[in-house]
Write a protein that binds this ligand. Structure first.
Ligand code: CP
Ligand code: NVA
Length: 308
């Protein structure tokens, strides 16, 4: 499998086999690290990491992943870069690509990431946009695979906002042959283009996409319960309004009773306890949330090792 030089902008650009390869590489590199046998395969390589939004996990795990593989991750806030003063992305892309071996960007518009990739001669990684969060979805698929030993045929119930997170899970889940059930309040459904794309992918790969406004319909007998914040970065002004519409869109003990008895609970973090998930469930025995967060590091090492 040769993915050298390939951008990582959305899971839609990766085949089922390529996703499987990255998951297995992530698991292998995790085991290597635990045995103290991680090889420095990116010695002397650098990754520019542009952040226009806050981050704990994505920033630290990519920076640490580069270091552990023998390279360097450079954290670049748009507040300090000339982008913040209006320098075009196309110019920034060409300049950064002439110094580094890869560029990661977290920003608002998916089109900004695509513009960066168009002008960069080194691979670009999408560290989250309003549309997608593919690095998180890859780590999530890896986490599910580790727990369940398979992906095809599993039922993943996503409860909450039709946002970047669920978009990436719908695409990745459909490609891996999963049944992805999405329960959102009315008016907060995933984007239509993503529903169409993931439904098409599901048909092709024996998966299923189900949309509902009923949380219990989604949760029934589910193998995975997944949620994310009610208001994403950039939606701060809508928080109070959203709180009204999202009441009940919460993973709690009642929902766990409806799910499969061995269901795992996931959340990309950061979480708002008492809103989309209860403290009890988050800290309970079925939660794999902190393992999921750890797997960002392992999955990111796989992405970096494969594309740089
Ligand atoms: N889940 C996730 O991407 O976390 P950060 O915003 O902390 O990077
Ligand atoms: N949907 C959330 C995910 C954060 C990792 C957001 O975009 O803020």
């Amino acid at each position: 499998m040769n993915l050298k030089g390939k951008d990582f902008l959305s899971l839609k650009d990766y085949t089922k086999e390529e996703i499987k390869y990255l998951i297995e590489l992530g698991i292998k590199l995790k085991a290597d690290q635990k045995k103290g046998e991680l090889e420095q395969i990116l010695k002397g390589k650098t990754l520019a990491m542009i952040f226009q939004k806050s981050s704990t996990r994505t920033r630290v795990s990519f920076e640490v992943a580069m270091y552990q593989l023998g390279g360097l991750g450079l954290f670049l806030s748009t507040q300090d870069l000339q982008i913040g003063r209006g320098e075009p992305i196309a110019d920034t892309a060409r300049v950064l690509a002439s110094y580094t071996d890869g560029i990661l960007i977290r920003t608002y518009g998916q089109e900004e990431v695509e513009e960066l990739a168009k002008y960069s001669k080194v691979p670009v990684i999408n560290g989250l946009t309003d549309l997608y969060h593919p690095t998180q979805a890859l780590a999530d698929l890896m986490t599910i695979y580790e727990h369940k030993g398979t992906l095809a045929g599993l039922k993943l119930a996503y409860i909450g906002d039709g946002n970047n997170m669920v978009h990436s899970l719908m695409i990745g889940g459909a490609k891996m042959g999963m049944e992805v059930r999405v329960a959102t309040p009315r008016g907060y459904e995933p984007k239509e283009e993503i529903i169409n794309l993931s439904t098409e992918l599901a048909h092709k790969h024996n998966g299923k996409i189900i949309l509902t406004n009923d949380v219990y319909e989604a949760a029934e007998n589910a193998d995975i319960l997944y949620t994310d914040v009610w208001a994403s970065m950039g939606q701060e002004e809508e928080i109070e309004e959203r709180k009204k519409h999202f009441q009940g869109f919460q993973i709690n003990a009642k929902m766990l009773e409806l799910a499969h008895k061995e269901a795992i609970v996931m959340h990309c973090l950061p979480a708002h306890r008492g809103e989309e998930i209860t403290h009890e469930v988050m800290e309970g025995p079925q939660s794999v949330i902190f393992e999921e967060a750890e797997n960002r590091l392992h999955a990111h090492r796989a992405i970096l090792a494969a594309i740089i």
